[in-house]
Design a protein around this ligand. Sequence first.
Ligand code: B12
Ligand code: SF4
Length: 508
Amino acid sequence: MRALLVRPPSILGRIGRQNLQHPTNIVGLASELIARGHAARVLDLEVAPGGLDELDRVLREWDPDLVGVSVVTPHVPGAAALLARVRGQRPRAVLVAGGPHATALPEDLLDEIPPLDAICVGEGDESLPELCSLIEAGALRGGVGADLSALTELPGFVVRGHGHTGWREPIGDLDALAPLDRSLLDWDAYTRLSGHKGVASPGVIRKGIRATQVHLSRGCYARCVFCSTNAVWGERARPGIRRRSVGAVLEEIDRLAGDHGINHLNFEDDIFPPTLTYLEELGQALVGRGFTWSCNARVDGLRREHFELMAASGCRKIDFGVESGSERILELNKKLVTRDRVVTVFAEAKRVGILRTAYLMLGSHVDETPDEVEQTWALAKEIDPDFATFTVACPYPGTELWTVCNERGYLERLPSGRPDWKRYGYYPGLPPWRFTHFSPEQMLATQQRFLRRFYLNPRFAWRMLRRVRGGDSLGALVTAGLDVAHFLLKDVGRRVRRPLLSSTGDRG
Ligand code: B12
Ligand code: SF4
């Protein structure tokens, strides 16, 4: 039984390489398949030279019995195009999709992508190997003359013609999962695309950097209205955060250093640290190991002593979810943080020399007013982050924001009746949705104003220049600077045109 797992092409264009990371989700699934005796390969169309032609080549060479695609919302059109191509060449293979969008709207995705046989809902670590065993046993055929009835016995799927097979229990012991086999990745392809910084988190610089993403946990205790994390892991996984043992994580990173020369780690879980005790244990073990690292974090919990330990153990940058400068919005969007806490934490991280990103949003609650958006800018000025994102909140399926936007008729639709999924990214250009106090044009104009004020600013340029320590860092900064400038200036002088979308309607 041969499986091919694919990440669709990026929708981000040139700026995408600044935030490029390994597709650890499909690497994990392929590793699990291999550990259970199946053969599996990974194809990342975000980096594969030749794009869809490379897909054709791999299909000819590998001749897979199953092709699985991981789908986040903006990748739906790319997934549809590649699956049509796969079906043309592999008429009897089983074609399956999984990931956040597939989990949130499984029936809709089956309807939208006719070549698909089934959708994996929620975690695929158990579901996919069990599906592959059915193929191996000759009990399952996809495509032309499909026989999918055996799949109805396995929980965790929506099967064409048979419906939902029921939810699976969340994986209880994350240490029991197969170790990620990153030799499934074409490492050179990532280096070619992302240059000096590799797949390190944006803004991290280290001479000879070689980075990868390491996962510590799954889940989050918050329930922010714009975030689809809980839709991915499922309500059954709540409350709480499932975590790997520190021992298993250390084993993985020591192996990464030995096998792949990794010297920088991106911890990009939903939440970091899973607990403060976990941070203490991991941080102390990292001291003296020679790694640098970065992470996503919430602003609650962390105190002065934690930042000191983080800095001592190699932490170079923390990306904090801040979202809004308005106390009312921080309450309405259910972030469970306060403005004061944001200010304190940014000061503490700065004190120990860790770079800080503020993730800030426009419309993290649908009723945010223009005054409240200005409070977010005021907070950005006050905390003075090294980097900031000013994303327009995107109503991802499975979130409360999606439900409210649907109910209020705020989503624009294509003539097909569906939203224009490829524009459901953090930087969609003109968003195909509105909020109560913002038209799409006003959102885009505000986003561009904040981004330009922040990045096209001598203060920012000076800060970056002070970090140059040699050829590598200069190369990384120049490339990042050009990518960001290209991104920020590409619409200047161009009229913002409304795309061809029909009016709104409820799709639920
Ligand atoms: C780290 C991260 C990133 C990293 C790296 C992503 C990567 N590894 O490719 C970076 C910063 C680059 C990133 C970028 C983006 N991200 Co992101 N990211 C995350 C984060 C925090 C963790 C992702 C992760 O590795 N999870 C762990 C893995 C194991 O979980 P998983 O991917 O869901 O996979 C499991 C199941 O879904 C399933 N599964 C997944 N794929 C498949 C395929 C098959 C065939 C099967 C059977 C099963 C299956 O099995 C897996 C194992 O159980 C999540 C939040 C979250 N909880 O997922 C957001 C999240 C996935 N990101 C999100 C988004 C929107 C994006 C961007 C589109 C943003 C943008 N630029 O506009 C890009 C897309 C980039 C891309 N190529 O995918 C959204 C997706 C929402 C949605 N409905 O689409 C999430 C859920 C956060 C949110 N806003 O709610 N992201
Ligand atoms: S804290 Fe972060 S991961 Fe948790 S629900 Fe909110 S946005 Fe999602």
